[in-house]
Design a binder for this molecule. Structure first.
Ligand code: AMP
Length: 963
């Protein structure tokens, strides 16, 4: 404490102590040393005498003792006493009184005297009229003294207090009337009570005189200097002059701290950043303040504070450079390790950034590494002291600069603190072969081709092809070498499953083996190329033209008859009605609903299985009609195979049974590697079951989400090719799927994708994405072509639109199309010409394919056949997949052109959408509904569409109404 502060404190307390006496004297006879000059009437009555009190202090007293005479009436009147603000006054009398019995031969002895008062507005001087006075009380002694007490010099002092009030005039007189007593008035004190000035909770409360009534006086306090009200401060002054019930408080301002009953400035070297009754804090390390009242401390030179650092935190500085960088090279990858900097700058948020430079020998020439180099986990913002760099070029010099940073690095002078290491990569073996195609199968041979590994890392000398019978479990195998990227394996057993692996060899040795691919030799006595099956079928059909013609004619005629019986002519799947030219000789899909007895259709297209051949293992999913299980099927003289078993739950209706089995009737008509294969049905015992091949990886959307960013583009294109091929087959058969979406594609352990979920009305009833349209049907809006939503024009061309959406789903690893936009916003945006933006890293060619699938005019969309051939070309020429949509393609909407290639998120896309035509619709009715993007997915069901009058493109008839 400084001397100054101590003095202030003491003085403040003294002041408060002085003021805290709540009795305020109006008169004190003891205080007067000289004559009091009170009026005595008659003059021989009361007598003023000098004396000493019990402490031998000189005092003035008045006495009267005319007990030897009759009819005494002696008055003693005080001087005029001003009232000030008092309403109720107190009179304290100290006196002694002689016991009448102790006085011999008295005549008129009394043991009391009377107290009177008179209110006046001014001093009346010596004018005294006794009748003007009002009596306050008769005063009697508690103890009177005797002759003996006098002898012993014992003073029996009585003290009596009387209240007078309420007073209204400016002052008053007191008068003492003696009627024959022997009394000495030792002191007279007149006072009133008040609540004195006080400071409570840093609020000052002034002197307050209570009212005469019984009620409390509410007093508002005012904050002491350098403080502010937190809650309005209040107290109540009682009639007894006491402060009661303090409420509210004041807080010292920032830069000030509470010091007794005041707020005092923080001293230099201290600061206070928040208001409140806490003490000033010492400046944290590496900071200072030379001023008083500081609210924060400034950082010393070369020390800083990050924006989010609290003022209580020490100032800090950038870290020193990392130390002892070591590198461990493994072919074309390197693991870099380093030690933590010696000085972290006083912070815990140190991160490391790694800069890669490719260097040439000789005078040091370096340039930043190209994008192909990958850092694991990443190149910047590393919190651990290690990073793995992969995909470097073989036999190349690299320099890595490892820089340490913390949150104040950006404020420091631009000196980079880094440690560098230079390395040379080794020769690397080629990467694994990822794409293998089966070109041709026969009873005893298989022809295969494959693509060169993505990173050959040198010249490929040859490929090693290893294969063996699946059943043999690799106990015996065959190895072939091939310089080309294709091979024919001869001398195989018919109808047998083989597993095969391929690896490439360069001067650096063998690369990694491919995954195991599974192939089956054909059971037929003649060979059919799967890819060219149509051509072969045409040849075969020409050879047996007469028989086939008869069969085709029979089918056409019989189907024509059934269609005419159908209840829903518009829902028929017409074999030639989808805009695709059908190849002669290709089997045509038959709608099972055209059968009068649907169970007849099941038995026509599906094999009845004996339930005893089926073993159920576990539940893998839930279908609309019951559980979906995995299990095994063992048919007599066949190998046991894994199967999926869809069951029809107990208590089904006849319609449910029909609908359930209709899927089998449809599936049973298909035979294609990319269409889920029906093994058979169980209808003659319960539970009713549909048995299909088992797809280990479940549905495609979930599979992609689970393996986000884990596949090469070629692998994804391979999957897409499979789906397109399956769809080509379906459209050739005249089957329109109507619900093509990633969730309805199944994936097996070899990443082969197969189209599933067939059915008629139930296809869409079952789909949680489907919403009702005005026409009453249920449609999965986000996947469906505009003409199918608007007027139920479902064709293979609308399936192509859905395929475009699947393409987008695959390239974005299972992202939800149009994110959380509401269905009506999707319909509107698509109708106005807007299309989904390219997914991240999506090759431009694939994005162009998506846009082609989403042509408004369905005739301009590619056919599945074309899609398959486009994807085949991409697979054969993977370099065409290197340019991503974000850098290359531009897209022209139906109405105008805009570059939408850089929008990877909903936000980007909509932001651009605002600038496009029909923006009124976006900024008005419809755009406001776009604000609901973040709403829950429960809103996939449409609620209401307000006809967007602002948008001329909108046709109210296309609107969707409440579910
Ligand atoms: P679905 O009723 O066809 O939509 O099937 C419901 C769920 O069962 C699917 O989402 C899959 O997870 C699973 N599932 C259906 N069929 C198969 C299958 N053949 N292999 C494996 N899982 C399947």
């Amino acid at each position: 404490l400084t001397l100054n502060q101590t003095l202030t404190l003491i003085l403040t307390y003294l002041y408060l102590i002085l003021l805290s006496t709540y009795l305020f004297n109006l008169l004190d006879s003891k205080a007067s040393q000289g004559e009091l000059g009170w009026i005595s009437s008659p003059s021989h009555g009361w007598e003023e005498i000098s004396g000493v009190d019990e402490h031998y202090t000189p005092i003035r007293t008045f006495q009267v003792c005319n007990v030897m005479e009759y009819s005494q009436n002696n008055w003693l009147r005080t001087n005029w006493i001003p009232r000030y603000s008092a309403q109720k006054i107190y009179v304290e009398l100290k006196f002694t009184l002689r016991d009448c019995n102790s006085i011999p031969m008295v005549l008129t002895c009394k043991e009391t005297f009377n107290l009177h008062y008179l209110e006046t507005d001014e001093d009346q001087g010596s004018k005294f009229r006794e009748h003007q006075f009002s009596k306050i009380d008769t005063i009697a002694a508690d103890e009177s003294f005797t002759q003996m007490d006098l002898g012993d010099r014992i003073l029996k002092l009585n003290t009596e207090v009387r209240e007078v009030g309420p007073m209204t005039k400016k002052g008053f007189y007191l008068a003492f009337q003696d009627v024959g007593a022997c009394v000495a008035l030792v002191s007279v004190r007149v006072y009133f009570k008040k609540c004195p000035f006080t400071v409570k909770n840093l609020a000052m409360f002034p002197d307050t005189v209570p009212t005469d009534s019984q009620s409390l006086v509410e007093v508002r306090g005012s904050c002491v200097n350098n403080s502010r009200e937190e809650d309005p401060p209040k107290m109540y002054c009682s009639t007894e002059g006491e402060w009661l019930v303090p409420i509210g408080k004041c807080l010292c301002n920032i830069g000030y701290e509470e010091w007794g009953v005041a707020c005092q400035a923080c001293r230099p070297g201290f600061y206070k950043a928040s208001s409140g009754n806490v003490k000033c804090s010492k400046c944290p390390p590496h900071s200072y303040t030379h001023q008083e009242e500081a609210v924060h401390c400034d950082c010393e030179r070369n020390y800083f504070r990050a924006e989010e650092d609290p003022v209580s935190m020490a100032c800090s500085r950038p870290p020193s450079a990392p130390r002892n960088v070591i590198s461990a090279i493994n072919e074309t990858s390197v693991i870099l390790d380093w030690n933590w900097p010696t000085d972290s700058g006083g912070r815990k948020d140190v991160i490391f950034n790694v800069v890669c430079k490719r260097c040439w020998p000789g005078p040091r020439q370096c340039e930043p590494c190209l994008g192909a180099v990958r850092f694991l986990p990443r190149a910047t913002g590393l919190t651990n002291t290690t990073v793995t760099v992969v995909d470097l070029l073989a036999h190349t010099n690299y320099t890595f600069e490892i820089e340490a940073q913390n949150r104040v690095s950006s404020q420091a002078p631009t000196i980079r603190q880094y440690a560098a290491v230079t390395i040379t990569t080794n020769q690397a073996a080629p990467s694994a072969v990822t794409v293998i195609r089966k070109d041709r199968t026969s009873r005893n041979s298989i022809s295969l081709s494959w693509m060169e590994p993505e990173r050959p890392n040198g010249i490929i000398l040859d490929y090693e092809v290893k294969y063996y019978e699946k059943q043999e479990q690799e106990t015996s195998y065959t190895i072939l070498r091939s310089k080309a990227t294709n091979v024919t394996l001869n001398g195989l057993k018919p109808d047998t499953t083989y597993l095969l692996q391929i690896r490439a060899r360069t001067a650096a040795g063998y690369g990694g083996s491919s995954r195991k691919f599974e192939f089956e030799t054909s059971p037929d006595s003649f060979s059919i190329s799967s890819e060219n099956s149509q051509v072969v079928l045409i040849a075969v059909s020409s050879a047996v033209a007469i028989i086939l013609l008869t069969v085709v004619l029979y089918i056409v005629i019989s189907r024509f008859c059934r269609y005419s019986k159908s209840k829903h002519p518009d829902e028929k799947r017409l074999p030639f009605g989808n805009g695709h030219l059908r190849l002669p000789g290709i089997k045509t899909y038959v709608d099972p609903h055209t059968y009068e007895d649907p169970s007849q259709a099941v038995h026509e297209f599906a094999k009845e299985l004996d339930a005893s051949c089926i073993a159920i293992d576990k539940v893998v999913g839930a279908g609309e009609f019951g559980e979906v299980c995995s299990g095994r099927l063992k048919l007599p003289s066949k190998k046991e195979i894994c199967v999926a078993i869809k069951t029809l739950k107990a208590g089904y209706t006849e319609k449910q049974r029909r609908d359930f089995l209709s899927e089998a009737s449809i599936m049973g008509q298909f035979n294609h590697p990319n269409i889920i294969r029906l093994e058979g049905v169980v209808t003659r015992s319960k539970p009713v079951m549909i048995v299909t091949e088992y797809m280990e990886n479940g549905s495609l959307d979930g599979f992609l989400r689970k393996h986000d960013a884990q596949f090469t583009v070629i692998q994804l294109v391979g999957m897409l090719r499979g789906i397109a091929s399956g769809m080509k087959y379906l459209s050739d058969m005249g089957y329109v799927h109507r619900d093509l979406a990633a969730r309805n594609i199944l994936v097996n352990s070899n990443l082969v994708c197969k189209v599933s979920d067939f059915g008629l009305s139930r296809v869409l009833e079952d789909d949680p994405e489907a919403a009702y349209t005005t026409r009453g049907g249920k449609i999965p809006i986000r996947w469906t072509a505009p003409e199918a939503i608007a007027y139920r024009k479902f064709t293979s061309a609308s399936d192509v639109w859905s395929y475009g959406i699947v393409l987008w789903e695959v390239m974005s690893y299972g992202e939800r199309p149009y994110w959380e936009m509401s269905n009506q916003d999707v319909i509107k945006a698509v109708d106005e010409g807007y299309r989904l933006p390219p997914p991240m890293e999506c090759p431009a060619t694939l994005y162009q394919l998506m846009l082609d699938c989403w042509q408004k005019d369905r005739n301009n969309r590619p056919k599945f056949e074309q899609i398959v051939s486009i994807l085949d070309k991409l697979i054969r020429n993977p370099s065409s997949l290197k340019i991503t949509a974000s850098t290359a393609s531009r897209y022209v909407t139906q109405e105008t052109s805009t570059d939408i290639t850089s929008f990877h998120t909903m936000g980007d896309w909509l932001e651009s959408a605002r600038t496009l035509p029909c923006k009124d619709a976006f900024s008005g009715v419809s755009y406001s509904s776009c604000d609901t993007l973040a709403k829950t997915s429960a809103e996939i069901y449409l609620t209401e569409v307000r006809p967007a009058a602002t948008c001329p493109e909108w046709e109210p008839s296309m609107g969707i109404t409440t579910l």
